[in-house]
Design a protein around this ligand. Structure first.
Ligand code: G4P
Ligand code: NA
Ligand code: NA
Length: 193
């Protein structure tokens, strides 16, 4: 097991409905040393890529993205979520369906922060169905920038997002892939990578 899998075993809590709570160290309270190790690991896995910008989505991707960005020495842009949009013509917009909240959100990035010259690493905390991620990819494509890779903390391997994104040909690196969980026993099964 790697450092993140070990931490998930120690402090993650399996909830009904295939939900993994990691709010004591990842997406509510944040263990900065752990996030820093994650940043180092992303840097190692994407070392050969000419990354000049990191893109994430509010809210819980931002912390991981910022600490990762210190290892790449690049700026972070975070996409904003909005139920409605005032299209002033200077935004890239993608529609994202939330399975959890059963609604459509718009994901927005100002055009001035993504250009065809950019080589982007996308970072997020969770990958489940991959709707948010597909919205971010669509925004990068709209801008003419290049997606150099995608770094995820925890992928839920039993949901479809990871397979869809890998089939599109992207280098998707998930630090932990959960292939199964049991809310009654608390058991968590990781994919061997
Ligand atoms: P998708 O983008 O992969 O399709 O995600 P989905 O709609 O399935 O999930 C909605 C939200 O729930 C996402 O956060 C996602 O990160 C989060 N999520 C999904 N599965 C789990 C889980 O097992 N545990 C935890 N803790 N979160 C999970 P969000 O609402 O878009 O963003 P944020 O504001 O929390 O960052
Ligand atoms: Na997120
Ligand atoms: Na989240």
């Amino acid at each position: 097991m790697n450092f993140l899998e070990e931490r998930i075993m120690k402090d993650g809590v399996v909830k009904e409905g295939n939900v993994l709570k990691v709010d004591s160290f990842l997406n509510h309270q944040m263990d900065i040393k752990l996030l820093n190790e994650m940043g180092e690991e992303f840097k190692r896995r994407f070392a050969d890529k000419p990354i000049n910008k990191i893109l994430t989505i509010e809210a819980s991707g931002i912390g991981i993205a910022c600490i990762t960005a210190q290892h790449f020495d690049v700026p972070v842009v975070f996409a904003k979520k909005s139920r409605s949009i005032n299209l002033d013509g200077e935004m890239y917009v993608a529609e994202v369906e939330s399975f959890t909240h059963k609604c459509i959100n718009h994901v927005i990035v100002a055009q001035k922060f993504l250009t065809p010259a950019d080589h982007v690493l996308i970072i997020d905390d969770f990958l489940a169905n991959g709707c948010a991620l597909q919205g971010l990819i669509q925004i990068v494509q709209s801008s003419g920038a290049t997606v150099e890779g995608i770094g995820i903390a925890i992928e839920k391997g039993f949901q479809s997002g990871g397979r869809i994104i890998r089939n599109l040909g992207y280098q998707l690196e998930s630090l932990a892939i959960v292939d199964g969980m049991n809310a009654e026993t608390g058991e968590i099964r990781f994919r061997e990578q």
